[in-house]
Design a protein around this ligand. Structure first.
Ligand SMILES: Cc1cc2nc3c(=O)[nH]c(=O)nc-3n(C[C@H](O)[C@H](O)[C@H](O)COP(=O)(O)OP(=O)(O)OC[C@H]3O[C@@H](n4cnc5c(N)ncnc54)[C@H](O)[C@@H]3O)c2cc1C
Length: 303
């Protein structure tokens, strides 16, 4: 009831007030905010992956601006010795306007990461983007074998086949590096699993395949059931601790996160920041009172 009331009144609220609902899930608006939260996480033994939030772009000039901002971000975090890497959304770099331009923008970003001895993870967006993103990833991984990884979504029916198709790029020296998540977009049943337990089962299947084949896996979930399954598989296959990591979103499930740290596993937190966050979350909050879901979703879904 309170959520619904707040959502209805939201257009009347000053921005600072809306921020109160959003800030738990975002490190802040400025690079300094992301730096400060990342340092705190590092001090607690947690790595980060930093995401600069952006709006859906209208032209490639905007993509250029985001590219330069990411390159600055990578250089700044490297200079500050933050233990972390970077997450990018290809649609911010022109994926749906001109996929070739998007490839070149991302190649410039991965090159900057290469020069800084860092790493770029390509977030996976909705199904309109999947094939193009995987193709771009293939080209980037061929050019920068140790500097780039991609997200795959357990709810997509195609995911295990996609992973197997990429195995020709996998080697002990430059393993494939995936983030495995459930998937956050609304997809049609013809291409995506919809039932809660079915998605979990596919997640476990994908994770097992990856760990059995020496693929580096970012186990991205707050679902305790999946975390326990991961422990079981890791134990059973005796997977070394440097061959996988757990991943969680900023502000979500801190107790569960700490329990993973306490067990001695590597864990990374996804740290979003940026001025655009505010516009994203305001719109989402106005549309639907289910606030937490929309705040989280706003980080991944383009307008
Ligand atoms: C590091 C990271 C990166 C991601 N990158 C992508 C991506 O590139 N593309 C993509 O499609 N999706 C991405 N996602 C989102 C992901 O696909 C899921 O939508 C999201 O993680 C929720 O799924 P879950 O596995 O946590 O399970 P759920 O079943 O959604 O959640 C399990 C439990 O975790 C707790 N929980 C979950 N969310 C919250 C919350 N917001 N606040 C409080 N408690 C919560 C609840 O107790 C819940 O019951 C990413 C997620 C993470 C962690």
């Amino acid at each position: 009831m309170i959520d619904k009331l707040i959502a209805k009144m939201l257009p009347l609220f000053p921005e600072k007030l809306v921020w109160i609902f959003s800030k738990r899930y975002i490190s802040g608006q400025y690079i300094e905010d992301a730096l400060s939260e990342s340092r705190k996480l590092n001090q607690n033994g947690i790595m980060v992956t930093v995401d600069l939030l952006g709006e859906y772009i209208q032209n490639l000039a905007e993509a250029d601006v985001y590219k330069e901002q990411y390159i600055d971000l990578i250089r700044r975090f490297t200079a500050e010795k933050v233990n972390g890497n970077f997450s990018v959304k290809p649609s911010m770099f022109g994926l749906l306007l001109d996929s070739e331009a998007c490839y070149h923008n991302l190649a410039d970003i991965v090159e900057a990461a290469d020069q800084c001895n860092s790493f770029i993870k390509i977030d996976m967006e909705d199904s309109e983007c999947t094939t193009i993103e995987l193709e771009i990833f293939r080209r980037l991984k061929t050019k920068f074998p140790r500097r780039v990884g991609i997200v795959v979504q357990a709810y997509m029916r195609r995911t295990l086949d996609d992973v197997k198709d990429l195995m020709d790029l996998h080697s002990p020296e430059a393993p494939l590096n995936f983030r495995l998540c459930k998937g956050i977009y609304i997809e049609d049943e013809s291409i995506a699993y919809k039932k809660y337990q079915e998605i979990r089962d596919r997640y476990v299947e994908d994770m097992r395949f990856m760990l059995e084949n020496g693929i580096y896996v970012g186990i991205a979930t707050h679902d305790k059931y999946l975390i326990d399954k991961a422990y079981e598989i890791i134990e059973q296959l005796k997977v070394p601790k440097d061959k996988y990591e757990f991943q969680m979103l900023f502000g979500v499930a801190p107790k569960l996160r700490q329990s993973i740290v306490d067990r001695g596993h590597r864990i990374r937190v996804y740290v979003p920041f940026g001025k655009q966050w505010f516009n994203y979350s305001t719109r989402r909050l106005k549309e639907n009172p289910n606030m937490v879901w929309h705040i989280i979703k706003a980080m991944f879904v383009r307008q």
